[in-house]
Design a binder for this molecule. Structure first.
Ligand code: NAD
Ligand code: TYD
Length: 373
């Protein structure tokens, strides 16, 4: 196998930690450098099981710090980037759009510029045998929102349960939140570096992820934890919005495939054709969590509380991932009911992880251990 030096950004976060774990375990010959600023969303405890592996190294740094990033590219002879670091929560972006523009746009540009600078002056991999690649991880939210219209029904080809339109790779960008606007802008910069400088780039746009190690500000871990603690479940608006859910390990497998086999300059949509209305998903979560906790049926139904809707709340997301399936043979491995059960069980089995995150203790714990290089 070819020796490679891969920089994964945002690897202490939710999806990044699954990608780092997959790469460290699967590719013993790769050096995996996990670069993360450790914002509130970054938690090295997410990678406890692999942090001592010889092919893994953690680097605490801010992607916006161009000089430091440039030095890291040179020092470790980086020949591949999988870029996940970002501010990722829509509600936070509504309160603080500047941070989203800074991290998601300027941070991405800083990585691109460092990669361009170093890759144009050196033969990556020493003998030039490795073609350096920049892989940018993005979201379906850049496409905007889909209507809910007379559904053809989930079983008919071309029809989803809540509408007949899907996001394809050709869908025009139409972001609505500061989060998705910043992600859209970063996607454009990545394409610009491909078109202008001939950089080998790939982009993927994935639907909502769920699974272990997700920060409990996002719907699924927040609600599991609140059910466990008998706290209210704040449903935005009428709970009618539709999201398309994918198990995080299936996303990580897709990222592995696209990084190695995706066509340069291309975009791949990733999703499992798994649309759920929020309220139906929440009922399923309550049912599963009550079952695992040994509560009687409907025990936690009363926790549902309808609250003021999110500003600019996108109505429906639905990804068409046919290109990824047909070109690279990817498909999701888990049925949703199975994935949700596994996820609920994980959060209830890992209460210490959750309690440390909720109390903010993880930030203190790792402060000294991961001081700047
Ligand atoms: P997350 O918020 O859980 O993790 C983000 C990570 O990035 C954290 O570890 C954080 O410390 C790090 N980070 C933030 N700012 C940084 C900076 N300036 N420098 C270095 N590191 C920094 O996010 P996630 O849910 O794992 O999402 C990862 C990526 O996948 C994001 O780019 C997001 O847009 C994309 N994505 C997420 C989803 C989803 O459902 N969560 C779906 C599609 C795409
Ligand atoms: P979220 O997990 O924040 O992901 P995204 O906004 O990226 O889709 O939210 C998923 C859906 O759940 C979204 O439609 C907003 C809704 N939601 C609630 O109803 N209540 C909540 O407390 C949260 C966090 C989200």
């Amino acid at each position: 196998m070819m020796k490679r030096n891969i920089l994964i950004t945002g690897g202490a976060g939710f999806i990044g930690s699954h990608v780092v774990r997959l790469f460290v375990n699967k590719y013993a010959d790769y050096n995996i450098y996990n670069l993360d600023k450790l914002t509130y969303a970054g938690n090295p405890a997410n990678l406890k099981d692999i942090e001592k592996k010889p092919n893994y190294r953690f680097i605490k740094e801010d992607i916006c710090n161009f000089d430091a990033i440039l030095q890291i590219f040179r020092q470790y002879n980086i020949d591949g980037v999988i870029h996940l670091a970002a501010e990722s929560h829509v509600d936070r972006s509504i309160k603080d759009p500047f941070t989203f523009a800074q991290t998601n746009v300027i941070g991405t540009l800083s990585l691109l510029q460092a990669a361009k600078t170093v890759w144009s002056e050196s033969n990556c991999g020493g003998d030039g045998s490795v073609s350096p690649r920049f892989y940018h991880i993005s979201t379906d939210e850049v496409y905007g929102a889909l209507e809910m219209n007379n559904p053809k029904g989930g079983d008919e080809p071309g029809g989803g349960p809540y509408g007949d339109k899907f996001f394809t790779e050709q869908t025009k960008y139409n972001p609505h939140s500061p989060y998705s606007a910043a992600k859209a802008s970063s996607d454009h910069f990545v394409r610009a570096f491909h078109d202008t400088y001939g950089m080998d780039t790939v982009i993927s746009n994935c639907s909502n992820n769920y699974g272990p190690y997700q920060f409990p500000e996002k719907l699924i871990p927040l609600f599991i934890n609140n059910i466990r603690n008998g706290k209210p479940l704040p449903v935005y608006g009428k709970g009618e919005n539709v999201r398309d859910w994918l198990f995080v390990e299936d996303h990580a497998r897709a990222i592995d495939l696209i990084f190695h086999k995706g066509q340069t300059g291309e975009t791949y949509n990733i999703g499992g054709f798994n649309e759920w209305k929020n309220i139906d998903l929440i009922k399923q979560l309550i049912k599963t969590t009550d079952e695992v906790l040994g509560n009687p049926p409907h025990h936690s139904d009363h926790l549902i509380q309808y609250v003021t809707d999110r500003a600019g709340h996108d109505l429906r997301y639905a990804i068409d991932s046919t290109k990824l399936k047909e070109e690279l043979g990817w498909q999701p491995s888990l049925q949703f009911e199975e994935g949700i059960k596994l996820t609920v069980q994980w959060y209830l089995d890992n209460q210490e992880w959750m309690d440390n995150v909720v109390s903010g203790q993880y930030l203190e714990y790792y402060k000294d251990m991961y001081e700047k290089r």
